[in-house]
Ligand binder design. Structure first.
Ligand code: HEM
Length: 415
């Protein structure tokens, strides 16, 4: 067995103590993998794509399915779906786990409500939220940027955009955590399944009530717009499907956005010249955001898909039934696409070609909101606060194949 093969197995094995080293700095491993074969088949029949061209093809290819029942024969699908725990059904109703034409229908409905205009309308509130979180930290010697700022901004913003009260949000987080507990692969104890289903039922009941109230009396928020767009559609979603989209919108942007904020602070700390550039000309903030997303984004992999036919990608044909994913951090540092990919350079002309938000028909539905949050936070930090310095000698990263995320980030103002 080759050394690289060993490394891939470590990378794919949760709990393997040797994986922490890769999580700390995965980029040398990504380079070795891409240099060996940019479309690599692991022992676990999971293909890993590390090159930009092949990853873009993969993201747009219709022959890859995100539906866990994709290979179930059509006649058995309805029964297989009904036999899933309620928590899994609600969760999988989210558009991220559906294929076209259902995915396209759900996405179209969400887009009718979650418009760029709604994000623009939220701009003042995003700014106020960021200010309210940052001001109390101004006088602190040091603080944890992740737990004291970065995780709160996207959570508070999406609650406001959706029109969810603090108490509903608290309950919602409890319900979704319970439902997520059983989405990890493997067998789960009966008690955990029952608990997840109980939480899914509570979540459905509460949201059915919220949807009914918004139908009677719409308010100025995303849930009201979603309910109205749905009511006006020829093929409306069921309440179970509506809840699935709300879960995705509510949870999809928390950690992703929070860790891009933290990774951005780390990048500026490592490349102080780039930080000085943005501070001298804040109109460069949008460019800087694209470069942060390219250089060190928070999502490590695209959602794995199953080949529903034999699909040629690069020099390989991926056989029907095998699973494929693209490693975003590797793709965004592909030297065939980006010059000097390991250098954080906000002036590079092509940073916006990163695949941090995916590509094609499943491109991130919340990218406009994420960009607004990231730009607002970095503009405020660059114009109204002293520079941030990372205090930790070595930043510790969470060990998971899904996230590129510092556990904490101790920072100080460089006054
Ligand atoms: C910087 C922050 C974010 C990053 C890096 C990110 C990344 C991604 C990626 C890579 C995908 C594509 C997944 C795939 O094709 O397998 C995706 C899809 C999605 N994202 Fe985001 N996301 C972010 C913020 C958000 C926010 C703020 C929201 C909602 C408020 C959101 C909602 C969604 C939804 C609903 C999808 C599914 C789209 C579809 O299947 O058509 N994301 N995101």
């Amino acid at each position: 067995m080759s050394a690289l093969n060993d490394e891939v197995n470590i990378y794919l094995t949760p709990g393997d103590p040797r994986r922490a080293e890769i999580s700390q700095d995965p980029y040398p491993f990504y380079e070795r993998l891409r240099a060996h074969d940019p479309v690599y088949r692991s022992d676990q029949s999971l293909w890993l794509i590390t090159s930009w061209d092949e990853a873009s093809q993969f993201a747009k290819e219709e022959c890859f399915s995100r539906d866990p029942l994709a290979l179930t024969p059509p006649a058995a699908r309805a029964q297989a779906w009904e036999s899933l725990p309620l928590a899994t059904r609600v969760f999988l109703s989210g558009m991220m786990f559906r294929d076209d034409p259902e995915h396209a229908r759900l996405r179209r409905l969400v887009h009718k409500a979650f418009t760029p205009a709604r994000v623009r309308q939220s701009q003042a509130s995003i700014e106020q939220t960021a200010r309210d979180l940052l001001e109390p930290l101004r006088e602190r010697e040091t603080f944890d940027f992740v737990s004291e700022f970065a995780v709160h901004l996207p959570t508070q913003v999406i609650c406001r955009v959706m029109g969810m009260s603090a108490s509903t949000t608290e309950a919602f987080v409890r319900w979704t955590e319970g439902m997520l507990d059983i989405q990890e692969p493997g067998d789960h104890p009966e008690s955990l399944l029952r608990e997840a289903d109980r939480k899914a039922q509570e979540c459905l009941d509460a949201f059915t009530g919220i949807f009914a109230a918004r139908r009677r009396q719409p308010t100025d928020d995303l849930i009201s717009d979603l309910v109205a767009a749905n009511a006006a559609d020829d093929e409306p979603m069921t309440d179970e499907q509506l809840v699935g989209q709300c879960i995705l919108l509510h949870t999809g942007g928390h950690e992703t956005t929070a860790y891009v904020l933290a990774n951005g602070v780390i990048a500026f700390d490592r490349f102080p010249g780039q930080r000085a550039l943005v501070r001298s000309d804040p109109s460069l903030v949008p460019r800087a955001i694209e470069e942060i997303l390219r250089y060190d984004s928070s999502g490590r992999q695209l959602y794995a898909r199953t080949a529903v036919a034999d699909v040629p990608i690069g020099d390989h044909v991926i056989p029907r039934g095998e699973r494929v994913t693209a490693i975003i951090g590797a793709v965004n540092r592909d030297p065939r696409k980006f010059e000097r990919p390991g250098v954080f350079d906000i002036m590079r002309p092509d940073a916006g070609r990163h695949l941090a938000f995916g590509a094609g028909p499943t491109f991130c539905a919340g990218a406009h909101l994420a960009r607004a949050e990231l730009e607002t936070a970095f503009r405020l930090l660059s114009t109204q606060f002293p520079p941030l310095r990372v205090v930790d000698d070595e930043v510790a990263y969470i060990d998971t194949a899904l996230k590129r995320a510092p556990e904490r980030l101790t920072v100080a103002w460089d006054r």
